[in-house]
Design a protein around this ligand. Sequence first.
Ligand code: GLU
Length: 405
Amino acid sequence: MAQLDRAGQAMKLESFTLERMRHPKRILTVSVPVKMDDGSIKVFEGYRIQHNMDRGPAKGGIRYHPQVSLDEVKALAFWMTMKCAVVNLPYGGAKGGVICDPKKMSKGELERMTRRYTAEISIIIGPEKDIPAPDVNTNEQVMAWMMDTYSMTVGYACPGVVTGKPIEIGGSLGRREATGRGVFYVTRELAAREGFDLSKSSVAIQGFGNVGSNAASIFAEHGAKVVGIADVSGGLYDPKGLDLRDVMEYRKTRESVSGYPKAEHVPVDKFVEIPCDVLIPAAMENSITRANADKVKARYIVEGANGPTSNEADAILQKRGIQVVPDILANAGGVTVSYFEWVQDMQSYFWSEDEINARLRHIIVGAFTEVYDLAKKEKVDMRMAAFMVGLGRIGKAVSIRGMYP
Ligand code: GLU
C-alpha cells in the first residue's frame, strides 16, 4: 500500500485507478479438509485472491507455507498485477496460498490437499479467468495435480488452467529456469547500463528454491563469481567464489548447506551483509529491513523474491546510493514464460527452448530499458519507475473500460 501511494502521488494517478488498485477484485477463502495418513481429518485454510482483471485474466502462483496469511496473499496478488503490467503481459494479478507445512506432509497428503484446494477454488479459476502457477513450496507435480483435478471436473484435458506444468502435459521448455534466467538478464543489462563488468563482479544469492538455485547456476554458467549462497539453514561465503557444482552435489544428499566444509558459514540473518557487488534476495518477503539495510555491502540489489525489501529499508538503501532492481521487474521472467506456456497450450503448438529464451530476453530487456530510462529521466529509483510504468498501463485500461454500471 505504501509503495502504491508513493507512486500514485508522484505520477498523479487518477484517484479512480488508485482507489481500484487498493482493493482486490475478489477474495475467496476456502476450507480444505484432508484425510491424513494416520486416518485423522485435518482442515487447512486456503485462499485465492484475484487482485485485478482489467488487462486480462488473473495470473499468479500458489504458495504452501505455515506463514501464509490473507494479508500476505493480498500483497502478493497486488504485486502480480503490477508485475504483469510492467512487462506488458495481457494479464491481471492473482495469488493463492494454503496455510500448511509441506515439509511435514507426505506426498499422499500433499496430493489430497492440492486436489481438494483446487476443487474448492475451481469456481473462480480457468484458462480464460485465472491461471495459477508454482510459488514457494509448490512445483511441477503440484501443478500436474491441479491440472488433472480441474480437467476431471470439466471432462476434458485442460492444460491452460495452470502454468509451470510438467512438459508431458503441456508445460513449456524453459519455464523451470525462467525466473532465475530473467534475474540474470536483468542483472546483465544493469551491468551494461551502469558500466560494470559482471564477469569481474561478485554475486551473493539468498534462497535455494526454484529462483535462487537456477539463478546461481545461470550466473555461474555465464562466468560470474558467486561468492555467497544461502538456504533456510544458513549461508555459505567464499570471497574467491564458490564451487557451485560441489555445493549442489553436497546439498543433494543432505537437503541443506549446513556442514559444507569448503566455505565460511554465515547465519541466515547476517547473509545480506556479506561483501559482494550484487546481492540477490531470492527467498521470502522482508529479508532486508530497517534492522540490516545500513549493513548491506552490495552496490546493487536485484530482487529475485517478491517483496524482499521492506518499505523502511528501501528508503535507507536509496539514501546510501544502493540501487535496487525491484521484484516486479527483476523476477518477472517466471510469469513471462508462464504466459508463453499458456499461449502454447491455447494453440496446442509448442516452441523450442531457444525461441522461448530469446522471447524472454526480448521482453525482460525491453522492460528493464523502459524502467531504467524512466528512472533516469524522472530522477527516481527503479521501484518508483517500475510502478509508474505498470500503473500507467493499468490506469489506461481502467479508464478506457470505464466503470460498470
Ligand atoms: N509465482 C511466480 C511469481 O511470483 C510465478 C507466477 C506465474 O507464473 O503465474 O511471479
